[in-house]
Ligand binder design. Structure first.
Ligand code: SF4
Ligand code: SF4
Length: 181
C-alpha cells in the first residue's frame, strides 16, 4: 500500500512540475544572457569610481583626504600638493578596486563632488595589481553627475547679511562650553 502511495505521489509531483513549466513557457524571461545582453542599471547604481573636473578642466579634488578617512576598506591613498596659485590638488590618487566594496561613503564625504560612483560594474581583470587605479585612470574630463557645483566659486565667499548672525541675540545666548559633548 505504501509503495503504491509513493508511486502516486511521485506521479502527481511530476505532473505538477510539468504543468508549472507549461504555464510559464510564454512568460517574459527573467534571465539576462550576460555579457551578450546587458543588464539595466539604475541611475543611482554604485559602480566604477571616477574623479571629475570642473568646467574649466581643473581637478575638483582638493586632496582633503576625507574620502580616504571615511573609506571602511582603506582602499584610497592620495597625497596633497599645491599649484602656483595655492590651489590644492592630489599629486597622486590611487584606489584599489580589489578592496572597494562600492559603499559610496567616499562620494558622500567629498565636499567638492570630485569623487563619484558611476553605474558601471565591468571592472574585472586578470591580476589584482591591475585593479589598482592611478589618478590618470580615474580622472574624467567632465563634471559627472553634479554639473553645476563648483567648489572654488563658492568656498570662502562672504555671505550676504553675515554680520547679522554675530549680533543675533540667539547666538549670544548660547554658552558654547555647555553644549560640548
Ligand atoms: S565606495 Fe566605499 S569602499 Fe569604495 S573607495 Fe569609496 S568609501 Fe571606500
Ligand atoms: S576626492 Fe573629495 S574627499 Fe577625496 S580628497 Fe578629493 S576633495 Fe577630498
Amino acid at each position: 500500500m505504501l509503495f503504491l502511495k509513493n508511486i502516486l505521489c511521485n506521479f502527481f509531483s511530476q505532473v505538477r512540475s510539468i504543468f508549472f513549466v507549461f504555464i510559464n513557457i510564454f512568460n517574459k524571461r527573467e534571465t539576462v544572457m550576460y555579457p551578450e545582453e546587458k543588464t539595466k542599471l539604475f541611475p543611482r547604481y554604485r559602480g566604477r569610481i571616477v574623479l571629475t573636473q570642473d568646467e574649466n578642466g581643473n581637478d575638483r579634488c582638493v586632496a582633503c583626504n576625507l574620502c580616504a578617512s571615511v573609506c571602511p576598506s582603506s582602499c584610497i591613498i592620495l597625497q596633497q600638493d599645491k599649484d602656483n596659485n595655492g590651489r590644492s590638488y592630489p599629486k597622486f590618487f590611487k584606489i584599489d578596486f580589489s578592496r572597494c566594496i562600492f559603499c559610496g561613503l567616499c562620494e558622500e564625504a567629498c565636499p567638492t563632488a570630485a569623487i563619484q560612483l558611476l553605474p558601471d560594474f565591468e571592472l574585472s581583470d586578470y591580476r589584482r595589481q591591475d585593479l589598482i587605479y592611478e589618478k590618470e585612470d580615474l580622472i574624467i574630463s567632465n563634471q559627472g553627475k553634479y554639473l553645476d557645483y563648483d567648489f572654488y566659486s563658492v568656498s570662502g565667499v562672504k555671505l550676504k547679511n553675515k554680520n547679522l548672525c554675530k549680533n543675533s541675540k540667539h547666538v549670544n545666548n548660547v554658552d558654547t562650553k555647555k553644549i560640548l559633548p
